[in-house]
Design a protein around this ligand. Structure first.
Ligand SMILES: *Cc1c(COP(=O)(O)O)cnc(C)c1O
Length: 239
């Protein structure tokens, strides 16, 4: 165990397990390596630590290690953690399926939604009148039952966002399919990002890359990595 005080939390003592510190350092090192291989600057890439199923105390430890972006996928788990850690300078990203009736509650702590997949959700976000930033989740699999908008419907979904003044369109998001090399899936996502930028020139962000495939995502232009277990270690069972 190492002990450190985090500067933003008045004399709050945070004890950091050595293995957690090592995993953070290792992931950040691999991100830097992948950026160098892709001739990209590391500051083009935001590392989001996905902390779903983990406790608020783990997030406090990550904060003390310098992590400032965290991702959660279920409102009922995220809300109490965000409330407990409201005094820390953390940016909360919502990366899971979002029900339209939860938009107001989620936007009370997370202003960046990575999983916008339908126009009705865009309208629900707009009705809250809270400013937010969204990624459009694209389904890269052949299975229409999987999460995300079909590539053919991406432009129409983008138009729905562009019609709302409270919502900023950040870009596209995807999860690599299991039955394809992540690199080729992320290459398709990059083409969809370029297509999106024809109607939304500022929507340049790409949310892609998880523990098993983030170097491939960086190689294909990802700007926001959603990394869970490579940082946090094994996830506890779903609460
Ligand atoms: C859980 C999750 C991640 C992180 O997954 P790991 O494989 O643990 O890195 C990323 N994105 C989404 C949408 C998730 O639900």
């Amino acid at each position: 165990m190492t002990t450190s005080t985090s500067p933003n939390s008045c004399a709050e003592i945070v004890t950091i397990p050595v293995d957690l510190a090592e995993r953070v350092e290792s992931v950040l090192g691999r991100v830097a390596d992948a950026c160098r291989d892709a001739a990209r600057r590391p500051d083009e890439v935001t590392v989001i630590a996905v902390t779903k199923f983990h406790s608020a105390s783990l997030i406090r430890q990550l904060h003390a290690l310098g992590i400032r972006n965290v991702g959660e996928n279920r409102h009922q788990d995220a809300a109490p953690k965000a409330a407990e850690l409201a005094h820390l300078d953390l940016t909360w990203h919502f990366v899971g399926q979002l029900q339209s009736n939860k938009t107001r509650a989620v936007l009370s702590y997370a202003r960046i939604i990575h999983s916008v997949d339908r126009p009705s959700l865009v309208r629900a976000l707009a009705r809250t009148e809270e400013p937010c930033e969204v990624f459009l989740e694209v389904n890269l699999t052949d299975d229409p039952g999987r999460g995300g908008v079909e590539p053919d419907a991406l432009d129409a979904l983008a138009e729905a966002v562009l019609a709302e003044s409270s919502i900023r369109l950040a870009g596209v998001m995807a999860v690599a399919p299991l039955d394809e090399s992540p690199r080729s899936a992320f290459a398709r996502l990059r083409l969809l990002s370029e297509r999106l930028q024809r109607i939304a020139p500022e929507a340049t962000a790409i949310s892609a890359g998880m523990s098993g495939d983030f170097p491939d995502a960086i190689a294909e232009g990802a700007t926001h990595l959603r990394i869970g277990t490579a940082i946090t270690g094994k996830r506890p069972a779903a609460p």
